[in-house]
Design a protein around this ligand. Structure first.
Ligand SMILES: [Zn+2]
Ligand SMILES: [Zn+2]
Ligand SMILES: [Zn+2]
Length: 447
C-alpha cells in the first residue's frame, strides 16, 4: 500500500509524537526536530510553524548549545548582572476594598515579593472576589469573533442578536479603514474608551499592522502589551489621577525581561527569535509613536494631544523597555488573556488553594471569579498554579525555573522532591501532558 500523504494529525497525536521525539532528542533545534517528525511519520502533513507552536506551548524549545543561537552583538548586549528572579513591588496606594475585605496584600521579601493572605477563615467553594480586567488580549478564537463583530470588543462576551449591542462610533469612517468593533451595551462602550481609540482601525489606522502581526504570529503577550500601552497613553490624555494609578500598577507588575529570561541558567538555551521581537518593536513604534505615513501621523496626533514626558516615553518605547513590557505581560497574563490588578498579586504553589473561573460567561466573559479550592485559615497565603499540577515534581520545578522563579519550594515539591536543581533542570517530559487545566496560567514560550 502506498503511504497516504497530506494527513493532518490531531493536536493530541502531534503533541504526543513531539513529546516522544523530544524525550529521545533533548538537544535538537526546532527545524531538525520537525524534519525528524516528518521522516518518522511520513504520512503526516505538518507545518514547521505548527511544530514550533506545540513545542513552545509545552516548554520544549531547547538546544544543547546556547551559544549557537546568540550572535556576538547580542552577547555584548547581555548585561552581567542577570536578575535571577522576577521582581515585583507593592502597588503604592492600592485600595483592594473595592474587591474584597477577606484578604490583604503582604510584602514577603525581596525574592518572593508581594502576595495575598487571608484575613479571615475562607471555606471551600467560597467566592473570594470578582474582578474585571485591567486590559484584555483574549484567546485568538475570541479575538476573531471580536474582529467579526460577533463578540464584545471590550469584555469579549459573544454577542448574539442583542438589541442593545452598539457599534464603534467611528465605524463609519471615510478613511477606508472601517472598525468592526461592537460592544454589549453603553457601559462596555464607555469603558472601552480607555483602550479602543488607539487600537481602532478607523481612529488609529497605524495600529492595524501591529495587531495583524500579533494575530499572525499568535503572540498574545504582544497583543496584551499593545492593549496596555494604549491604556497608559489614553489615561494620560484623559485623567491624570487615573493615569497615576495605572502607571504605578503596571510598573509594579512582576517583571523579567525577555533577554533575562532567555539567559537564565535554567533555560538550557532557549531558541529565541529576535527577528520577530524586532519586527514587533518596529510595528509597536509605528502604532503608538511614529506612524509611517502622514495621514496616519495626523490621526494619532489627534488622539495624543498632550505631549509625553521623556521619562514616560523612555519607559515605553525603547527596545529594552518593549522587551521588559513583554516580560511583564508574559508573567502576569491570565489563561483567558487578561491582566488583572488583584489577581496579578497571586503567587504560585503546585497545590494551589484558589482557582480562577470565568463564571459570568453570558454577561461579562472577561470577569474572573476567584474561589477557595479548600478551607483557608487566617494568615494563610492564597496561591494559584503557574504550571500543570499533574506533572511530576521535577518537571513542575523545571517549568517554574524557566520563568526565573528558582527551585519551587512549595510544600508539595518539598514533600515529593529530591531537592536537586540539577535533576529538575534535566527533567524532560516523557508523558502525555494532556490539556492544561483551566486555572493554568498561560504563557510558556513567547505566546
Ligand atoms: Zn461587553
Ligand atoms: Zn473602533
Ligand atoms: Zn511546587
Amino acid at each position: 500500500m502506498s503511504p497516504t500523504t497530506n494527513l493532518s494529525p490531531s493536536e493530541d497525536e502531534l503533541r504526543r509524537a513531539l513529546i516522544a521525539l523530544r524525550a529521545d532528542n533533548p538537544s535538537l533545534g526546532i527545524a531538525k526536530l520537525h524534519a525528524l517528525l516528518l521522516s518518522t511519520h511520513s504520512a503526516w502533513a505538518v507545518s514547521e510553524k505548527r511544530t514550533r507552536k506545540i513545542l513552545q506551548n509545552e516548554g520544549l524549545v531547547l538546544t544543547s548549545n546556547r551559544s549557537t543561537t546568540r550572535s556576538t552583538s547580542d552577547q555584548s548586549a547581555a548585561s552581567t548582572d542577570v536578575k535571577k528572579f522576577p521582581l515585583s513591588a507593592l502597588v503604592e496606594g492600592l485600595d483592594i476594598s473595592k474587591w474584597t475585605s477577606k484578604i490583604e496584600v503582604k510584602y514577603f521579601d525581596k525574592i518572593k515579593g508581594k502576595g495575598l493572605v487571608a484575613k479571615e477563615k475562607l471555606s471551600q467553594g467560597e467566592v473570594i472576589w470578582k474582578e474585571d480586567h485591567f486590559v484584555l488580549a483574549p484567546e485568538w478564537e475570541i479575538y476573531d469573533l471580536q474582529k467579526s463583530s460577533l463578540a464584545c470588543s471590550f469584555c469579549s462576551t459573544p454577542l448574539q442578536d442583542s438589541p442593545i449591542a452598539i457599534s464603534c462610533p467611528s465605524s463609519a469612517s471615510s478613511t477606508g479603514h472601517t472598525c468592526p468593533a461592537r460592544f454589549c451595551n453603553r457601559l462596555c462602550l464607555s469603558r472601552s474608551g480607555r483602550t479602543h481609540p488607539l487600537l481602532c482601525p478607523s481612529q488609529n489606522p497605524a495600529s492595524v499592522p501591529l495587531l495583524r502581526f500579533a494575530r499572525r504570529t499568535e503572540w498574545m503577550a504582544l497583543h496584551a502589551l499593545a492593549q496596555c500601552t494604549a491604556r497608559l497613553l489614553l489615561t494620560y490624555q484623559q485623567d491624570e489621577s487615573a493615569w497615576e494609578s495605572d502607571w504605578k500598577f503596571v510598573r509594579s507588575l512582576a517583571q523579567l525581561g525577555m533577554e533575562e529570561r532567555a539567559k537564565d541558567e535554567w533555560m538550557n538555551g532557549v531558541e529565541v527569535d529576535r527577528e520577530t521581537w524586532k519586527k514587533g518593536h518596529q510595528l509597536f513604534l509605528q502604532a503608538f509613536q511614529e506612524p509611517a505615513a502622514a495621514p496616519e501621523k495626523k490621526k494619532l496626533a489627534r488622539l495624543l494631544k498632550k505631549p509625553l514626558g521623556k521619562e514616560i516615553a523612555d519607559a515605553l518605547f525603547p527596545y529594552e523597555s518593549f522587551l521588559l513590557g513583554l516580560g511583564r505581560m508574559n508573567l502576569n497574563i491570565e489563561a483567558h488573556g487578561g491582566i488583572y490588578v488583584l489577581h496579578s498579586h497571586l503567587n504560585h504553589s503546585c497545590s494551589p488553594n484558589v482557582a480562577i473561573r470565568h463564571l459570568d460567561q453570558r454577561t461579562a466573559l472577561s470577569r474572573i471569579t476567584v474561589i477557595a479550592k479548600q478551607d483557608i485559615q487566617p494568615g494563610e497565603e492564597l496561591c494559584i498554579t503557574y504550571v500543570n499540577p499533574d506533572l511530576p515534581v521535577d518537571l513542575r520545578r523545571r517549568q517554574i525555573m524557566e520563568w526565573g522563579f528558582g527551585l519551587c519550594q512549595c510544600p508539595r515539591c518539598i514533600a515529593e522532591g529530591s531537592d536537586s536543581p540539577d535533576k529538575a533542570q534535566k527533567a524532560v517530559p516523557t508523558l502525555d501532558l494532556g490539556d492544561l487545566e483551566s486555572e493554568l496560567k498561560a504563557g510558556l514560550g513567547m505566546l
